[in-house]
Design a protein. Structure first.
Length: 180
């Protein structure tokens, strides 16, 4: 069973791509390429496949990165940078699995938050291109990105830290030694 964060990331990615493909024919020839801190477009460019589908492409990269991080951790554990690294390296493959699950969930949480912001941006680009202001949506995206994401990431990093410690203590109890 896939964790909630992974399923949500895949769902948001699919929705971002689907909405972008559906909106493509209704885009005018000139679209916003950048928004200022005020939430208003400050750079415009031509309608092109790259300009319009760049956010879904980067979103795809963030989801793939979550899978890549887990793959790298499993294959190159010594290269992994994490809290309690010494304890992590002493864990057996089975005990590491729980830690890998926590880190992958963290990575998917980052993907989810990124995809939410990218979805808001894509909507704002579409609406502004068609003459409708999306300043409130842009400000919401900015607040989400700057306030919520760091809090979620900090919370998930604390969970990873605790997961490594708990897995290490379980392993030490199983071996009959003191984990302290």
């Amino acid at each position: 069973m896939r964790p909630l964060t992974e399923r949500l990331a895949l769902l948001l990615l699919a929705a971002l791509w689907l909405c972008s493909v559906v909106a493509w024919p209704d885009l005018p020839e000139r679209i916003p390429l950048h928004f200022g801190v005020s939430g208003l477009p400050d750079r415009w460019g031509e309608k092109s496949i790259l300009n319009w589908f760049l956010l879904p492409l980067i979103g795809t990269g963030t989801v793939l990165m979550a899978y890549g991080v887990r793959w790298l951790m499993v294959r190159f554990p010594k290269s992994t940078n994490m809290p309690n690294k010494e304890q992590y390296l002493k864990l057996g493959p089975e005990a590491r699995r729980a830690v890998h699950d926590e880190i992958e969930a963290l990575m998917h949480m980052i993907s989810v938050s990124t995809l939410l912001v990218f979805s808001l941006l894509q909507l704002a680009i579409f609406r502004n291109a068609n003459g409708q202001s999306m300043q409130a949506v842009m400000m919401t995206g900015l607040v989400l990105w700057l306030a919520v994401v760091p809090i979620l990431c900090t919370w998930m990093i604390v969970r990873v830290h605790r997961s490594v410690g708990a897995a290490y203590r379980r392993q030490m109890r199983t071996k009959g030694t003191d984990a302290r």
